[in-house]
Write a protein that binds this ligand. Structure first.
Ligand code: ADP
Length: 741
């Protein structure tokens, strides 16, 4: 791998691991090498004897370093008692690398490096780089450059090569090649479109040529029979033309529909894959950007393809004019060029206007979105007048831009129609001389006039294409910027853990929402054992919710590492992790549909028992049983037909349905009355035995179900200890212990 590529890879992997480029490397722990099992109890000598290698963990640290990955000590413990190849596989997965074990090659290729190798005494070394025919080997004490066949002699029979799994050749969605690829896949359809277009353009020649014949041959001779034959032929051709145009439209739409069917769901999937905290704060902007995708799609799937065919026929028509009237072709040629220049100049002129117009449209949609979502607050604060006047300002600005844009458009079309008329005048003047000298007939002039009108029209249509291109480019930029945001782990390649115990740990985690913003959480380290119940308390804005968001994968640590069962969470498949987590956010949102839909949210294989159990614990069993439609009761958009407390209970039931081993609850009872809360506390403490639970709360009642309390203040962990000790320190009466007595 070239140095720059390797550096890029390092940067990429660092970014994916959430490790800043200048993060200090950790001290490497010593542990023994092992031939077939990795044991953790023996001690490795401080410095290896000459000729011998290093411990396996030191070698793995060395390999991780070479990819710019920071591995936590806890993660190194993972799989310590398993077979060596399982241990290596697990560690590689954990680092976001792939490991391939193979017989020791006679010569290593660059792609096989770095590779872990083993000495006969059971210790290890890393074959790091190639230097021509030599390899560089690190044995824990020093690096040596050796000729590879002889240098590799001391090693055992195998070598384990490591590579980054984050490198991909996949064409990123929304790149130009993605679109050309899509159009390429639709080629069977587009080839028919091209064929139909060629025939349609050929038919375009029929009428002008017939008019020439009519003037030159039929009219002077009053040849009625020939006229009938020609007219019949013309009607048949026009009929075909009509039919083909219809077929072409259907084909173009079919291709566009196929691209749309694949691209639009893919687009939403891509947006879902962006780390939540990295998404633009404005929902309206996001909605607008996604909706504007249709402009890009239309440009690529129909306008550009048809425009290219039209443009090709421009030259064909000019050639026919040349054959028909010789030098007269100069007039439509010059006029067509002028129309092209005007269309392109218009494009340059409106470029800025289009950008402004697009931005204003996005702002308008954000504004309306916000207003309609916050209608209730606007009304109760009597702020409608203020919002109407802000809307008037928005309308004024976008109206001004719209007028500027329309003015430019009408100037452009006026200029092209002026040039088109100039074309007719020019043709008549030049043809006068040609007809006078006998080198052209008046029928020829008529044919040229009609065909040159077609040429000018093709050039004028470039202005429309330019407008579409500019709008699509703007939309493309917005959408591309969103899709470039930090992604949750990719679907393939990420470590997929099946059995989650529920051990959680923060290892020196700091977080800020924007690169320049102040830290919301700073250097947080703590661990939670599987089955532990932890309350998180602290003043408003201290970072409690953010802490849960990090655990739920809605945000990525800016620094430090989050661990789940010893795995770096950045390398885990987020969807799989979320299957093992029940999360209740502070203001849960319900969706239009039925209560059942809102509870299951697409989850399959949920047994009736599990559903009923979740309803019971969350306390919604009572209001479900009271409703005549039961679980089929309709839910309005946002869950507006339920009280906040009921919405919270639905969200709790939703979180409990899959019986996840980890529960993250953010103020789960903040909108419940004391009776509801009491029932919730009682049922939770009875039923949630063995689950890891983190509960952010201000309610002392809820603290009855926790064993331990973390206190967060201004983004720092200021206290961590047994519940009653922490409460005593804070000057509160110890909570009566519920459940696990
Ligand atoms: P708590 O839950 O303790 O009340 P939060 O974790 O919600 O606090 O917020 C901690 C800090 O992070 C606050 O200062 C808040 O302004 C900021 N914050 C929260 N969400 C965002 C966000 N999406 N973008 C930027 N800053 C945010």
């Amino acid at each position: 791998m070239a140095k720059s590529t390797k550096d890029e890879t390092r940067a990429k992997v660092r970014a994916i691991s959430g490790v800043p480029a200048d993060a200090p490397q950790r001290a490497v722990p010593d542990d023994p090498g092992a031939s077939c099992r990795v044991s953790s109890d023996a001690e490795e000598p401080a410095a290896p004897p000459p000729g011998m290698g290093a411990s396996i963990t030191r070698c793995l640290h060395r390999i991780a370093d070479s990819f710019g990955i920071r591995v936590s000590e806890k993660a190194m413990e993972l799989g310590r008692s398993s077979q060596l190849h399982h241990y290596l596989q697990m560690q590689a997965d954990n680092m976001g690398l792939s490991a391939a074990m193979a017989p020791l090659p006679e010569r290593f290729t660059a792609a096989q490096l770095p590779a872990l190798v083993q000495y006969a005494d059971g210790s290890f070394a890393v074959v790091e780089k190639r230097h021509g025919r030599m390899v560089e080997i690190w044995n824990g004490a020093s690096s040596a450059v050796r000729n590879d066949p002889s240098g590799l002699e001391p090693f055992g029979e195998w070598a384990c090569s490591f590579a980054s799994v984050f490198e991909t050749d996949a064409v990123p969605f929304l790149s130009l090649t993605w679109f050309t690829g899509q159009v390429g896949r639709m080629w069977p359809i587009y080839s028919q479109v091209v064929l139909a277009s060629v025939m349609i353009h050929c038919f375009t020649l029929v009428i002008p040529l017939l008019m020439g014949i009519f003037y030159d041959r039929i009219l002077p001779n009053l040849a009625g029979n020939s006229l009938r034959v020609l007219a019949t032929g013309a009607v048949i051709v026009l009929g075909f033309d009509y039919l083909l145009k219809n077929i072409r439209s259907i084909l173009v739409e079919k291709a566009a529909l196929q691209v749309e069917r694949e691209a639009e769901p893919h687009l939403l999937r891509e947006v879902f894959n962006v780390v939540h905290a990295a998404l633009p704060a404005s929902v309206g902007h996001l909605t607008h950007a996604v909706q504007e995708f249709s402009r890009i799609k239309t440009l690529f799937t129909s306008q550009l393809v048809l425009g290219a065919i039209d443009f090709f026929f421009l030259f064909f028509f000019l050639f026919v004019i040349f054959l028909n009237s010789g030098v007269l072709v100069m007039v439509p040629l010059v006029i067509s060029l002028l129309v092209l220049v005007v269309s392109l100049a218009y494009g340059l002129f409106i470029d800025r206007t289009v950008s402004m117009q697009a931005r204003l449209q996005s702002r308008r949609s954000s504004f309306l979105n916000e207003v309609f979502q916050g209608m209730e607050s606007i009304k109760v604060t009597n702020a409608s007048r203020a919002f109407v006047s802000r809307w008037a300002q928005e309308v004024e600005k976008s109206g001004e831009m719209g007028a500027r844009y329309r003015l430019a458009q009408s100037r452009c079309s006026m200029t092209t129609s002026f040039l088109s008329q100039l074309n007719s005048v020019g043709l008549v003047v030049v043809a006068f001389a040609l007809i006078g000298s006998g080198s052209m007939s008046s029928g020829g002039l008529l044919t040229t006039m009609v065909l040159s009108g077609r040429c000018v029209a093709v050039c004028a249509s470039v202005a429309n294409l330019v407008t579409s291109y500019l709008f699509a480019r703007r939309s493309y930029k917005d959408l591309y910027a969103i899709l470039q945001l930090e992604k949750e782990s990719g679907e393939g390649g990420s470590l997929q853990i099946q059995n989650v115990r529920g051990d959680l740990a923060f290892d020196a985690v700091s977080f800020r929402y924007q690169p320049e913003a102040p830290y919301v959480l700073e250097n947080i380290s703590f661990s939670v054992r599987a089955g532990e119940r932890v309350g998180v308390i602290g003043p408003m804005g201290s970072g409690k919710t953010t802490l849960l968001k990090l655990l739920a994968g809605l945000a990525r640590p800016s620094e430090g590492v989050l661990l789940l069962d010893g795995h770096n969470m950045a390398h885990l498949n987020v969807e799989k992790v979320r299957e093992k987590m029940g999360v209740v956010s502070q203001s849960p949102v319900l969706f239009h549909g039925t209560l059942e839909f809102n509870l299951l949210m697409g989850a399959r294989n949920v047994s009736q028992d599990a559903l009923e159990h979740a309803l019971l614990i969350s306390g919604i069993d009572t209001f479900v049983s009271r409703h005549p439609l039961g679980l089929k009761m309709p839910i309005a958009e946002g869950g507006r037909n339920l009280s906040r407390g009921q919405r919270q209970s639905v969200a709790i039931a939703r979180a409990l349905i899959g019986d996840p081993p980890i529960l993250l609850l953010d103020e789960p009872t903040s909108s419940m009355d004391s009776t509801q809360e009491h029932i919730f506390v009682e049922r939770m403490s009875r039923e949630m035995e063995g689950k890891t639970m983190l509960i952010v709360t201000h309610r002392p009642n809820i603290l009855r179900i926790v064993d331990r309390i973390l206190v967060i203040d201004q983004g720092r962990l200021v206290a961590d200890g047994p519940r009653d000790a922490i409460l005593a320190k804070l000057g509160q009466a110890p909570a009566h212990r519920e459940g696990r007595a």
